[in-house]
Design a protein around this ligand. Structure first.
Ligand code: ZN
Ligand code: ZN
Length: 185
């Protein structure tokens, strides 16, 4: 009886582990903004490329991969990323070939939403000034002023920050460059 349960438990643990490995493989395939598989620069793999004489292949010394053109090594992700733009600490990932579109949209949406919040706060402020301060808020007038000012400050801060990010991204795409390449110049 106990043995059967133990066997069941072991089987379950095995399945869980396999599920995790499966997920890891999927993650490798789709995520990380265009990561190059680690350690694929084996002798056989390079021979399989069928290089002609005079052709060169780059190998990353840090993650031992065959480095495609315009790929850069990210020291945080410890991977080579195709068309790496930069490592974004805000999204905790690299921005590269596979996810730059989403990054551009993300910065654009945040900028629009922040601007919207800013104008909402201003219009609320005006409503409060025009009426008596008790109707427009459930807080006391001084608390309302402080909260509105905080909200306006935050909205403006994020609107400017994401707008600048959006601008540099669009400029980089327009010039077919990565932000990283520009920094190196
Ligand atoms: Zn690398
Ligand atoms: Zn990275």
């Amino acid at each position: 009886m106990v043995r059967i349960e133990m066997e069941n438990l072991l089987e379950m643990m095995k399945q869980l582990k396999e599920g995790k490995e499966e997920r890891d493989r999927k993650f490798e395939k789709h995520d990380r903004g265009g990561a190059v598989p680690q350690g694929n620069a084996t002798k056989e793999a390079i021979q399989q490329l069928g290089l002609r004489e005079g052709q060169v292949v780059y190998k990353c010394p840090k993650c031992c991969c065959i480095k495609p053109e315009r790929a850069h090594h990210c020291s945080v992700c410890q991977r080579c990323i195709r068309k790496m733009d930069h490592h974004c600490p805000w999204v905790n990932n690299c921005v590269g070939e596979n996810n730059q579109k989403y990054f551009v949209l993300f910065t654009f949406y945040i900028a629009v939403i922040s601007a919207h919040a800013f104008f909402l706060a201003i219009s609320h402020f005006i409503t409060c000034i025009n009426g008596d301060w008790k109707k427009c808020s459930s807080h006391s007038p001084p608390a309302t002023v402080v909260l509105l000012l905080l909200l306006m400050f935050e909205a403006l801060l994020f609107a400017i920050f994401t707008l600048v990010m959006f601008g540099t991204q669009v400029q980089a795409i327009w010039n077919d460059e990565t932000v990283r390449k520009k920094q190196k110049k």
